[in-house]
Design a protein around this ligand. Structure first.
Ligand SMILES: [Zn+2]
Ligand SMILES: [Zn+2]
Length: 431
């Protein structure tokens, strides 16, 4: 029997789960990524129902299934169950979204004897950067910007071990073989090289001392500083009133500044990890400098290994962490462009950002969430529409995004920003 599964099934640990379930039932056959779908071959007719029932119980947390097609086709030549190489095919599903670091990876991140201790790019099959690093489907390392980093022996052993939680994790890496951060000064001079000392520790110390820094994340760059530097940041970027997002170390630190309801906390700690607008619970000059004249404040929690490591070294419990772009331009993603921004220090890594993806912004109301900005953690996802035509829509000048519909599904792009012109980035002075 041949089974085609459509939905968010690549980059989420789906094939390893299929493998484990098939092995536990003693089945022979194969699983592979085909186009944007997963194809499973099962050698024994009549076992597919039991197999699918078991699979549904074991689904990885970020997988979601739109459709299952079962075909009566013979599968020959498989003595065992195997994960085989991906192949091209129809591309109707969407790529997986960037998913916040899971609890298991956070635990490993702070284990002193773990080989990924304080490694900012830690991830597994259930978490990590996805959309921001994917160039094409099927979702395999060769189709991502992790292609530039050859796995070390230890990572390769985990990648190949069906019992390891990083089995076939396409973005697997460690401090030996993965991307690295380097800290630069204003004139692009290297301040701390990853190989020498710890650039994130130095960056954190400089931020605590009052510096304004740029840090590269998964799908873009953040401007980072202490609350006390808000007014200097406003002057520097000519943003007199724009509210700044704030990242807190944890929920406790957040509660000193904003009031939090159960559904808001659930959203803040979810795998989507968006910025959530919360009501301020005190009035102070510090809070007013972050979002002048507003009763609310945009807050979020660490979502990547990098953020956890940064807070590990920071004394501050909360910092301004807002999108690094210039007015009228989308967020900056290339290292060389970062230096066009005004800042004291630049903490950049050497993994290419393939797809720009800004932080999502939501507001919770009566148990429901409303998007002010639909981006990281939520995009791309498909929406069923009652027509089959292909339609492309673009716009508008503010909160730019685009949507394309195909075969009854509508896909919206990430939030791109406020922009009224083709990028001037390389031909005009910025400020
Ligand atoms: Zn993980
Ligand atoms: Zn490695």
């Amino acid at each position: 029997m041949k089974i085609i599964i459509r939905g968010i099934v690549q980059g989420v640990g789906f094939r390893p789960t299929v493998y484990r379930v098939a092995k536990s039932l003693g089945l022979r056959g194969y699983v592979l990524n085909k186009g944007s779908n997963v194809e499973i071959g099962i050698g024994k007719k009549g076992t597919e129902e039991r197999f699918l029932n078991s699979l549904m119980k074991e689904l990885p947390p970020i997988a979601s299934i739109d459709e299952i097609e079962v075909k009566d086709e013979p599968i020959n030549g498989y003595e065992d169950f195997e994960i085989i190489n991906s192949s091209d095919g129809e591309k109707t599903s969407v790529t997986p979204v960037d998913t916040a670091i899971c609890d298991e990876c956070v635990r490993e991140l702070f284990e002193e004897d773990n080989r990924r201790y304080l490694y900012p790019f830690i991830n597994c099959t259930s978490c990590g950067a996805r959309f921001s690093v994917i160039e094409n489907l099927p979702y395999d390392r060769a189709n991502t910007s992790m292609r530039d980093f050859e796995m070390c022996e230890d990572c390769l052993a985990e990648y190949k071990n069906p019992l390891d939680r990083r089995f076939h994790a396409q973005t697997i890496s460690c401090s030996r073989c993965g991307p690295k951060y380097t800290l630069y000064g204003k004139d692009k001079e290297v301040v701390v090289l990853a190989e020498e000392k710890n650039p994130i520790a130095t960056f954190a110390k400089l931020i605590d001392e009052g510096a304004i820094g740029i840090a590269k994340s998964w799908g873009g760059m953040h401007i980072i500083c202490k609350f006390e530097q808000a007014n200097r940041l406003r002057t520097l970027y000519k943003r007199p009133a724009k509210p700044f997002a704030v990242m807190f170390r944890d929920v406790n630190a957040m509660e000193k500044y904003a009031s939090l309801e159960a559904n808001e906390e659930k959203m803040l700690t979810s795998a989507h990890r968006p910025i959530v607008l919360l009501d301020k619970n005190t009035s102070s000059d510090v809070l007013d400098a972050i979002s002048p004249g507003l009763g609310n404040i945009g807050v979020y929690l660490p979502y990547s290994g990098f953020h956890y490591v940064l807070f590990h070294y920071l004394n501050s419990d909360g910092i301004i962490m807002t999108s690094a772009n210039v007015s009228g331009e989308p967020m900056i993603i290339r290292n060389e462009d970062a230096f066009l921004l005004k800042a004291d220090y630049f903490l950049l890594h050497n993994r290419k950002i393939v797809n720009r993806i800004d932080d999502s912004v939501v507001r919770c109301c009566k148990g429901k969430k409303f998007f002010l900005r639909k981006s990281r953690g939520f995009v791309p996802t498909g929406l069923k529409v009652p027509y089959k035509d292909r339609v492309l829509s673009l716009g508008a000048g503010e909160n730019v995004s685009l949507s394309i519909s195909k075969e009854g599904n509508l896909y919206s792009s990430q939030y791109i920003g406020n922009t009224f012109h083709y990028s001037y980035l390389y031909s005009y002075p910025l400020f």
